[in-house]
Design a protein around this ligand. Sequence first.
Ligand code: FAD
Length: 392
Amino acid sequence: MHLRLTDEQKLVQQTIRKFVEKELMPLEYEVLKNEREGKPSVAPSKLKELQLKAKEFGFWGINTPSAYGGADLGQMMMAIILMETSKTFVPFQFGGSADNILYYGNEEQKKKYLIPTINGEKKSCFAMTEPSAGSDTRNIKMTAVRDGNAWVLNGEKTFITGGNEADFVMVIAITDKEMHQATKGREGVTCFIADRDMGWRSEYIHTMGEWGPASLIFENVRVPEENILGTVHKGYQLGLEWIGFARWIVGARAVGMAERLLQMAIDYAKERETFGKPIAERQAIQWMIADSAVEIEAAKWLVLNAAFTLDQGEDNRHLASMAKLYGANMGNRVVDRVLQIHGGMGYTRELPVERWYREARLWRIYDGTDEIQRMIISRNLMKGHVKMDQFI
Ligand SMILES: Cc1cc2nc3c(=O)[nH]c(=O)nc-3n(C[C@H](O)[C@H](O)[C@H](O)COP(=O)(O)OP(=O)(O)OC[C@H]3O[C@@H](n4cnc5c(N)ncnc54)[C@H](O)[C@@H]3O)c2cc1C
């Protein structure tokens, strides 16, 4: 067992760190300004330019298989990269990637949807949640009824990330009501790829964050048979498995943000004087800094373990839930302490702390709430699916 990054991993970490410091952080002021004026945080043309710059360093399709032109760096590298890119709130994503669920498609679907998404020509979103089915995903109501060689979809999805911008959606609908009831929602549900021009529409949802998800409305939307992703009636497992393996990503984001914020708090505490001394000399402040540092470190190891385990080809879902639950909560505690250390300034829009505060709150809700992660973790242990010392 070796608990240090390899030379290659360190090189990647340093390269991304420089990229973030040199190319992304200088945009932060503009991002805050644009968002306050209700404009897109970064112009799409600027994002494209940044993606091409990153490509010059070999960062294109960081987790895309080489057969599709990607760098295929694996989960550990992705964790290392995400922890660096999350040190800024500039909404940057490397080019050349697609939602992994699209790799379950057949050759024709890959040509039509996966490859254009990797190339940045099409945008996708994934829609499971409905007004009456969030945590309780088995309670979905959207139906798909076969009509000739097409399926007719009716219903509403809600809170769909990227739903306003997407050209197509991977959407989950009930295709066999009896099977759905008999299997308590596990089967009788299918995943369809539905293009926007097949007739669904989206409505923006305002949130406390700086971007909004969408409701997607389906009224008699005809989706051809060949647009079924995976196997008919087996869409539920497909969707949940895909989500379950990747939950640690939220923890990685939290680590990046928290490291940056903690450094801001340390710098500020050394400068800000009250009653004749820098606040850094007060135990109350020191303890907030110490607790934050310990929790960041703990979250980092949980994230790396979840990513490493998946790279070994093992089922990482238990660890991914732990990294998500702990990371999301750690992020919220740290941003709250950092805001407190900054006093009134922390609450203003002069600093990005309040923005991060609002963004981090989402992490405890989407991709499975805190309560659902706790349910998964305790169920795995109590049912013996996972042993306490199984991984280390
Ligand atoms: C900004 C944003 C983006 C999102 N993006 C997507 C997306 O791209 N695609 C998608 O499909 N969905 C997406 N979601 C939906 C998200 O996954 C759900 O909001 C989330 O799973 C919670 O569901 P809910 O909102 O219906 O809450 P509910 O399920 O109604 O839960 C309400 C509360 O009850 C708790 N609770 C529920 N069941 C239990 C239980 N058994 N025991 C204890 N407590 C329980 C919950 O933890 C929560 O605190 C997004 C949500 C948001 C806010």
